[in-house]
Design a protein around this ligand. Structure first.
Ligand code: SF4
Length: 334
């Protein structure tokens, strides 16, 4: 296999596997401005932002979507059984937040498309050509439900096995996320972990694509943009050296068969349930004196919290020291 990536563009993934450092390729293209070589569809990109002003598509199975496959099962059941949302509701800023995410996605996809010209990496099903994937969820007596989702893209990339001295091409799901300061720092340190709902989303996309039967998908690559990172941010290493922090980092996420089984089980249980009450709440009110009665994430962002916690109310809570901010928090009890 002819590979035209220099040594710095490979990263170790696991014990003996080297795969392309996709984030480094994108960063190089973003830093080296020049005329466009790819056939970016400027009109299509514009249409993508404007869709945020239009009505969204209805999900295939009740309110279930693969992007929510790691969400609280009780919340999934409220959606599936068509409970009217009465909790957290986005305001007029939501379309702008989503459009900002679309802009980020399109500039990164276009930079990546340019960066891989002349390399063995391939990218497809991005932007307006995103693919709808459907995960089959076996129910009873041979019946199965389909739950759909929209990965940001897909890629085929080379992987070099050092032990076998062998190159293979690997299929992967591509995901582009903008992250808050906390989320980004965690991602940079640990990548996606099972505590993160994106982990479930990625595993569900991999399984849906593998079920299609054309190729195995056992990898995802997540490109994360830290919304609060600037070019002045850096890390002081233990040996005293300074490492500049990039606002754009990436990480490979290997398939996890246990999680893929768990996702199908979680969705099946919701689809076969009679009521959301069959699923326990995922959290209890805080007991620490300063936060007594507070419910945090995910309940305070849940669109069904008023049904789930009928005695909860929103109260203004101040936090922070140098920069104090007021936020509405859910409180249960006195
Ligand atoms: S309020 Fe919390 S426990 Fe209830 S459905 Fe929503 S996330 Fe789940």
């Amino acid at each position: 296999m002819e590979l035209s990536l220099d040594d710095s563009k490979w990263i170790k993934v696991g014990n003996d596997l080297l795969m392309p450092d996709i984030a480094a390729l994108v960063r190089d293209r973003l830093e080296g401005r020049r005329g466009l070589s790819s056939t970016a569809d400027a009109e299509g990109i514009g249409k993508m932002f404007l869709r945020q002003l239009e009505e969204g598509e209805s999900p295939s199975t009740g309110g279930l979507r693969l992007s929510s496959s790691g969400k609280c099962q009780r919340a999934l059941a409220y959606d599936y059984h068509h409970y009217k949302p009465n909790g957290f509701k986005g305001d007029g800023s939501s379309p702008i937040v989503f459009a900002t995410g679309d802009i980020l996605e399109m500039i990164i996809v276009t930079a990546l498309e340019e960066a891989i010209i002349g390399t063995p990496l391939e990218m497809y099903y991005t932007g307006l050509n995103q693919k709808t994937v459907s995960l089959g969820v076996p129910l009873t007596e041979g019946r199965q439900a389909k739950v759909s989702g929209h990965p940001d893209g897909m890629m085929r990339v080379p992987a070099y096995n050092e032990t076998l001295d062998e190159f293979t091409m690997v299929n992967l799901i591509l995901e582009i996320k903008s992250m808050s300061d906390y989320g980004f720092k965690m991602f940079r340190k640990k990548g996606l972990t099972k505590d993160d709902s994106y982990f479930y989303q990625q595993q569900s996309y991999q399984l849906a694509m593998t079920q299609e039967g054309k190729a195995d998908f056992n990898w995802s690559y997540v490109l994360a943009f830290g919304k609060n990172v600037t070019s002045k941010d850096c890390e002081l290493e233990e040996d005293g050296s300074v490492t500049n922090l990039h606002p754009l980092v990436g990480g490979y996420l290997a398939g996890c068969d246990d999680t893929k089984r768990e996702i199908q089980d979680r969705l099946r249980e919701v689809i076969l349930s009679d009521s959301p009450e069959e699923f326990p709440r995922v959290m209890s009110p805080a007991t620490a004196p300063k936060k007594k009665g507070q419910l945090g994430f995910p309940c305070d962002w849940c669109s069904h919290w008023k049904t789930c916690w009928p005695t909860a109310r929103e109260e203004v809570v101040s936090s922070g020291f140098f920069q104090r901010s007021n936020k509405l928090k859910l409180i249960v009890g006195e």
